[in-house]
Design a protein around this ligand. Structure first.
Ligand code: ZN
Length: 332
């Protein structure tokens, strides 16, 4: 469309020349200076608002126009989660997570009847139960709001909810395992029974603990990738240590781990200065995904206590690898 055919032909009005000056005395409104166009001398006219109404902060009269709805708090502790009509959520995922936590807290099972990017309807798994929540996107302000809420269950409470998924259990376990790294499966199941009043099956707990440990410790594959950096740090922190890693080159991709040997400098000096000249070799199978064997060289100190001298990891205990290990040990 041609700009000349539009309706914006009005000339731009000249600037008014208004100036806002600070008040002469405290507790007074600012002064507004306006040039007087009709005055031949062009002297400015000064106004000063005295009304208290104009000093009212903007927006205080508009509270009734924009009602404040309850806001979702993601940090609400389990057991104190509440749903309210009109409650606003930042994202749809937050709403779904909260519904899952709420149904677990209530000992019921939520069924996601309709899940779309902008709206979601959740009902109770029990067909005769009237419980229902409907959430839809709101444009102003942008949020996801509960439009319908029938917060009443007629179904019985159960401690084996379908809302308890392996992902949810592993997310709850992450914080617990960080505090208590040696948490056993039985203790974890007892803890869920006491804290959440739910029974988690053995298989689900096993998978959830594996997932949680992967998040905390990183997967085993990622840990093997960090071995070279770890050995470099060992050499920096313990000068004089012997650290060797054997790898098998691969035609495509990263080299494959084969063996590892570590003898710290402090262990070397301790063996030379305070131990009997006798070394015992021992080995144990590694139970991880990649397997292998852990070999250790142990001496005996003056108190007849075991003194670790060196340790290493090999794929199998064979004569060939044993010979190589001994060659390295001779470096002590
Ligand atoms: Zn129900």
């Amino acid at each position: 469309m041609n700009a000349s055919q539009g309706c914006r032909h009005h000339p731009r009005p000249p600037p008014s020349g208004q100036k806002i000056l600070p008040p002469r005395e405290e507790n007074q409104a600012p002064r507004v200076v306006v040039p007087n166009q009709n005055d031949p001398d062009g002297g400015p006219t000064e106004y000063q608002y005295q009304s208290e109404e104009l000093q009212t902060p903007p927006g205080s009269d508009s509270e009734d126009e924009n009602p404040v709805f309850p806001q979702h708090n993601p940090d609400t502790k389990f057991g104190k989660i509440r749903l309210e009509l009109g409650m606003e959520f930042g994202t749809m995922q937050q709403f779904k997570d909260e519904i899952r936590n709420y149904s677990i807290q209530m000992g019921r099972e939520a069924f996601f009847l309709k899940v779309e990017p902008h709206r979601c309807r959740v009902i109770c798994y029990n067909e005769t139960c009237p419980w229902e929540v409907y959430c839809a996107r709101r444009n102003q302000p942008p949020s996801y709001q509960i439009k319908t809420l029938v917060d009443e269950h007629t179904c019985p409470r159960s401690n084996r909810s379908r809302s308890v998924t392996c992902k949810w259990v592993s997310e709850e376990l992450i914080g617990k395992i960080r505090i208590c790294p040696n948490l056993s499966q039985k203790d974890a199941r007892d803890m869920f029974k006491v804290e959440f009043d739910i029974c988690v099956g053995e298989r689900m707990m096993f998978r959830a603990m594996e997932k949680a440990k992967d998040v905390i410790e990183g997967t085993e594959r990622e840990q093997y990738l960090m071995l070279r950096t770890y050995l470099n740090e060992l050499r920096k922190a313990n000068p004089g240590s012997s650290c060797h890693m054997g790898t098998t080159p691969q035609p495509e991709g990263l080299p494959k781990f084969r063996s590892l040997y570590i003898c710290l400098d402090a262990c070397k000096r301790g063996f030379k200065q305070g131990c009997r000249p006798f070394i015992c070799l021992d080995g144990a199978f590694l139970k991880g995904y990649f397997g292998g064997q852990l070999l250790t060289a142990v001496a005996q100190d003056a108190n007849n206590h075991l003194f670790p001298v060196a340790y290493g990891v090999v794929d199998a205990e064979t004569k060939k690898i044993g010979k190589n290990s001994l060659n390295i040990c001779w470096q002590i």
